[in-house]
Design a protein around this ligand. Structure first.
Ligand code: 25A
Ligand code: L14
Length: 337
């Protein structure tokens, strides 16, 4: 358990990655009470330094003793690393907030989006999981609707940015775009197909049921975060040539009928949401506008006329911020309250 202090020793594991970088920025912006910040990455980054609050912090590699004296560790170095190091960190008394998929469905590990289930944090045993990015932004928008009218079923299609995969994927989109505009042959290293000027209906590996892991994360994690196994969810997750922000088309069937105006007003009052919905002026959330922002933006709210109690909406959020780094820091803020 975390002892109450005025300031904490905080670590970022995977500090040089796309999410790790954002974690450092969010900690600084939100003035998290930090006594000392420690940064970890692989041998590849050893000797590098990163900026935090005006000083240069060295990037270290992990060893069995690394977590001694650390109060809170934010992990974003992939599931393989979390499998090994999060347990080691938790055993040495530090609370881990893990951004990988490794611990999310472990019944002992709370899976938390503070706007939805902050109360689950208190039952942690050393590890708290940060959900999948697409799931985080969706449940922020689903929760107020569920509280108002009980959600029976969700059908979601995502349009996901390449930054979710990390820096290498952002470089690949940029390089392929430049090469194609210069009539050069493209290289494919990160994704199975060309991502520039294309749309790929695959995120993560395929499972035996024909869905991808990313799709099943949305199904399983939504139920766990919302604390309701009766909500039926089906997902199609798609990669688009966008650098930052995931967009989602979300179709919701509720037990009680809600008009689109009622949904708008319920969402407008809910934490973490901006209703951005003026179709007559072509106003709706766009990835290029939402990039760098902290909230979940919802637009295109309308009744699904094909069923009795249905709503369609368009949900956009920054996958590196609310989808990863910001949500992790918000969990840390709840933890020290
Ligand atoms: O397994 P998962 O959960 O599915 O996650 C897979 C990947 O998704 C990203 C993250 O990539 C992760 O590796 N990720 C995880 N959760 C995410 C989420 N919710 C998520 N992305 C979005 N949303 P990443 O590139 O953003 O971050 C990787 C970080 O982990 C560090 N790391 C690796 N091994 C480590 C380790 N840290 C500690 N101990 C270890 N053993 C990694 O540091 C990075 O910070 P690094 O030093 O290895 O990388 C420094 C830079 O080098 C480049 N690079 C990465 N891989 C290669 C490479 N260069 C050449 N060859 C490579 N194979 C990168 O640009 C990196 O920034
Ligand atoms: O957090 O977009 O489970 O490639 C792993 C795949 C994050 C997104 C996770 C991607 C995801 C990532």
């Amino acid at each position: 358990m975390l002892k109450k202090k005025e300031k904490y020793v905080v670590a970022v594991v995977g500090a040089t990655g796309a999410v790790g970088n954002e974690m450092i920025a969010v900690l600084e912006e939100r003035n998290f009470p930090i006594e000392k910040l420690r940064l970890f990455a692989s041998e590849r980054s050893e000797g590098n330094t990163l900026q935090f609050e005006g000083s240069e912090i060295p990037v270290e590699t992990l060893n069995e003793d690394s977590f001694k004296g650390i109060d809170i560790a934010l992990f974003s170095a992939g599931a393989e690393r979390s499998k090994i190091w999060a347990s080691i960190a938790a055993k040495s008394g530090c609370v881990v907030i893990d951004n990988s998929s490794q611990w999310r469905m472990d019944p002992e590990v709370p899976l938390v989006v503070p706007e939805v289930n902050a109360h689950d944090i208190s039952r942690h045993k050393g590890i708290i999981a940060n959900p999948n990015c697409s799931t985080i932004q969706m449940v922020v928008a689903l929760k107020p609707v569920h509280d108002a009218a009980r959600i029976k079923r969700v059908v979601v299609t995502t349009f996901q940015a390449v930054s979710g995969t990390g820096k290498k994927a952002m470089d690949e989109l940029l390089q392929q775009t430049a090469d194609l505009l210069n009539f050069k042959e493209i290289q494919k290293n990160v994704y199975p197909h060309q991502i520039a000027f294309n749309v790929l209906p695959q995120i993560d590996k395929f499972l035996e049921n024909g869905y991808t892991k990313e799709e099943m994360k949305m199904v399983d994690e939504t139920k766990k975060i919302m604390g309701d196994n009766t909500i039926r969810v089906t997902a199609t997750t798609v990669r688009v040539p966008v650098f930052r922000c995931h967009s989602e088309s979300v179709n919701i069937e509720t037990e009680r009928k809600m008009t689109s105006n009622e949904v708008r007003s319920v969402l407008a009052k809910a934490p973490g949401i901006v209703v951005f919905d003026a179709p007559e002026k072509s106003v709706y959330p766009l990835p290029i506008d939402v990039a760098g922002k902290d909230l979940v933006y919802v637009g295109r709210i309308r009744e699904d006329e094909s069923i009795d109690n249905g709503i369609n909406m368009w949900v956009v959020s920054d996958n590196l911020r609310k989808g990863a780094a910001l949500n992790a820091v918000q969990i840390a803020e709840e933890l020290i309250k």
